[in-house]
Ligand binder design. Sequence first.
Ligand code: SF4
Length: 283
Amino acid sequence: MNKTTIEWVKNPDGTQGYTWNPITGCLNGCDYCYARKLANGRLKSRYLANWDIAHIKGEIIDPALRQALNNPFYPRFWPEKLEQPLKRKMPAGIFVCDMSDLFGIGIPEQWTHSVFNFIEKCPQHRFYLLTKQPQNLAKFSPFPDNCWVGVTATDAQMFIGAGHALENIHAKVKYISAEPLLDWDLGGSGFIATMLKQWGINWIISGARTSRNYWDLAAHNLDGSLIRDRIEMYGKIWTLQPKEEWVNEIISAAEKVNIPVFMKDNLKPLPRTDTPFIQEMPA
Ligand code: SF4
């Protein structure tokens, strides 16, 4: 486990939490994926040395599988890391698989069950789960009480899909991560609030898309001139800022249904700084 700088991953005492990666690699294919860049960069040789990859045990004969072996971001299992949370007695907040998606495409269910086996052995910790494949959550519900279960929704369509999936699972905390917030035309805070209440959502996170490379952000947009107006520096990185009305709609909706919102620092200028709901965690 490593200490993390992910702002919303907090220990129960409010200090920064940890990441835990017993599974790495992902086939979800998000074009803004920072984990893929890391896997192909400084982690490449370490990841390629692990042959415990999805669907492969023993002899490698299939060329497609051979190719998978040469892809550092292909799903890999690290059973030796499973016990890491057990070794920490102080209650911690642990983000599970920030280099993968625990419920993602190509992740064997058996691996996910192995991770849950250790989550259940650590009731002192809070485990943050986050997926972009919400249709796979129901197979693992009900979730242990020490799991906060979230779905990423970068746009309106994903928001609806996230909500329907979360509505149908049992978890103590259910959250939606609108990060990166890319497109959010949902028709106003009233609709969002109604859906949040109906789905039983307890928390919302939001943040901007980031990159070290300006053209990563500028090149992906249909209306380049408009979108480029929303690209700003944040420290040493570039951000694609969401429209201010999208952010304010999320905050207003959360206020209406009385749930906390965590707005990442990279949303500049931080909207509605008067609201008491910003940068809070569920109780
Ligand atoms: S789900 Fe996460 S790890 Fe997988 S490709 Fe998307 S951003 Fe990367």
